[in-house]
Design a binder for this molecule. Structure first.
Ligand SMILES: NC(=O)c1ccc[n+]([C@@H]2O[C@H](COP(=O)([O-])OP(=O)(O)OC[C@H]3O[C@@H](n4cnc5c(N)ncnc54)[C@H](O)[C@@H]3O)[C@@H](O)[C@H]2O)c1
Length: 295
């Protein structure tokens, strides 16, 4: 099986920084890259904060947290991050053009044996890997938000993904503390397909005036035993990310995934969820002005 020692993570947003956290904690030399310097600074302070919290709560030994921090490096170019990596995990925004651009570049920079993974929530790993000369060593590794807390890793097998790559991805997931499910590629895999459907339906209900966002969330939590309401979830995921997923599912699976007009409107208004300070709900402490002051 491929011997993975160094992992590069491309994109240090909500997901990339979480993936870097669990990779470093799993004992891998980890290099996190983003083209926006502020994103890297934010990632560094969030990873440190989350590790400290783990120690405070008694879930983690101080020595393990410090060792993880010692294994983390930060880079401002894909070349610098990926040239020595045995596994690269891409976590840039959910747009096919961006994924293709990164995979084309990675294929040129990385050693032939390096495995290329995408954290895409819905897109075709077969299509993403088609721009490389290493489709058998390309795979989907779909983590969940927040990565350091969520147990599941969906591993997605593209048309040409080989057994060795799948085995290596499962082994890496295990060292990161994850349970894995390996699935054959299909739009939205298992989780995003179902989650997008529930969240979209909730937006249609809100638009139709059936109930308030708070009551829709309350109904799913207390009546259906969901740990989070659909609007709390979409604010965490990012409304723009969810819209990208729905647009792709609509295109590939048909009418039942047509994005709710109210969701489209919220994204146009810049209401992207927690990350922008306002989504379905408001998060005053994280307003863009407050975030700017912090950085
Ligand atoms: N947000 C979620 O809950 C969630 C869950 C599972 C999977 N995902 C998937 O993870 C991926 C990333 O989503 P996110 O929520 O972290 O997005 P995000 O918007 O929080 O972060 C994306 C980061 O990528 C950086 N970036 C953009 N282009 C880049 C490039 N060319 N090179 C390097 N960095 C670049 C941006 O500066 C940003 O920091 C998407 O494919 C998304 O579908 C998201």
């Amino acid at each position: 099986m491929a011997d993975i020692q160094t992992i590069a993570v491309i994109g240090a947003g909500i997901m990339g920084r979480g993936i870097a956290h669990v990779a470093a904690l799993g004992g891998y030399r980890t290099i996190l890259e983003d083209l926006v310097p502020a994103a890297l600074r934010k990632a560094e302070s969030e990873i440190r904060g989350n590790l400290d919290k783990g120690v405070e709560l008694g879930k983690l030994q101080r020595a393990d947290a410090d060792a993880a921090l010692g294994r983390l490096e930060y880079a401002s170019s894909v070349e610098q991050a990926a040239r020595d990596a045995d596994l690269v995990i891409e976590a840039v925004p959910e747009e096919m053009e961006s994924k293709i651009e990164i995979f084309t570049l990675l294929d040129k920079i990385c050693r032939p044996a390096t495995i290329l993974a995408s954290n895409t929530s819905s897109l075709s790993i077969t299509e993403i890997s088609s721009v490389t000369y290493r489709a058998p060593r390309c795979v989907g590794m779909h983590f969940f938000n927040p990565v350091h807390k969520m147990k599941l890793l969906e591993i997605v097998r593209g048309l040409e993904t080989n057994e060795e790559t799948l085995a290596a991805s499962v082994a890496v997931g295990k060292r990161m503390g994850k349970e894995t499910v390996v699935i054959r590629e299909a739009p939205g895999f298992i989780t995003s397909r179902i989650n997008a459907m529930i969240g979209n339906e909730a937006f249609y209900m809100l638009e139709e005036g059936i109930a308030s966002a708070q009551d829709i969330d309350k109904a799913l939590k207390l009546g259906l035993n969901h740990p989070m309401g659909p609007f709390e979830m979409i604010d965490l995921v990012g409304l723009d990310t969810r819209l990208h997923i729905l647009e792709y599912l609509h295109k590939s699976l048909g009418e039942k995934f047509r994005p709710a007009p109210l969701l489209v409107q919220y994204v146009k208004a810049g209401r992207l969820g927690r990350k922008s300070g306002r989504g379905v709900y408001e998060y005053p402490a994280q307003s863009p002005a407050a975030a700017e002051k912090k950085s």
